[in-house]
Write a protein of this length. Sequence first.
Length: 86
Amino acid sequence: MSVDRQNISNGFYKSRLLLTQEADSLLVEASVELDYRLLHTVIPDNIAVAESIAQQKPVTAYAAKSSGASSYRFLAKECKKLWRLS
């Protein structure tokens, strides 16, 4: 199966930072101009994600109830739906 558009997810999102908000606006503008699809899932900046990387474990196994793990599960569901998998 081929996908005719590139997909972008916004990772390690820090909503309180002005820089993040400006980058988000630029992503939206660029996605229209370059025909990219922005995924709806946003991965928040989360300590459990950083710790899981240091422990060399998926965040879904390291801290299954964290907001980071929840966001990655939601991203996986979004991708499966988008790519029409199972």
